[in-house]
Design a protein around this ligand. Structure first.
Ligand SMILES: [Zn+2]
Length: 135
């Protein structure tokens, strides 16, 4: 990992960590490596459904707000340093420590509090897993 002390991320930092070719187009929930299953994929699928069925400005804005959240709280981009070191972590929850001791705050994306909050809207869905419920 980088030995640079972490302050706030700049756009350049984010681009470097994400690596080239990463996109968040709707429908890429399976990801190039096929590893995106679980809470993040569940939420992405529900938002895509909401986007398709939205008929009011409020519904479209709500879906856009959720998509913004999941664009930040996601697994590391394929090819990035974190994709190798901690592929299931949430980048949006940030990192702590420095240098070799730097670690994701949320090691398992299924435990991301932001994604769990978004997922709670869909807790009646058959694919919703009870383990995602907020404590
Ligand atoms: Zn997160």
């Amino acid at each position: 990992m980088s030995s640079t002390p972490r302050k706030s991320l700049t756009a350049g930092d984010v681009a470097e960590r994400l690596g080239a070719g990463w996109s968040h187009a709707a429908g890429d929930a399976a990801g190039p490596g096929g590893t995106r299953t679980g809470l993040d994929a569940f939420v992405a699928e529900r938002i895509a459904e909401d986007e398709r069925s939205a008929t009011t400005d409020r519904e479209r804005k709500e879906a856009a707000a959720k998509r913004l959240i999941i664009s930040r709280h996601r697994r590391p981009a394929p090819g990035s340093a974190w994709a190798k070191a901690a592929p299931d972590c949430c980048e949006g929850c940030r990192f702590h420590g420095e240098g070799a001791g730097e670690r994701p705050v949320t090691e398992d994306i299924d435990e991301c509090p932001e994604l769990r909050a978004v997922a709670s809207v869909y807790d009646g869905h058959p694919a919703y897993e009870r383990r995602w419920a907020q404590a």
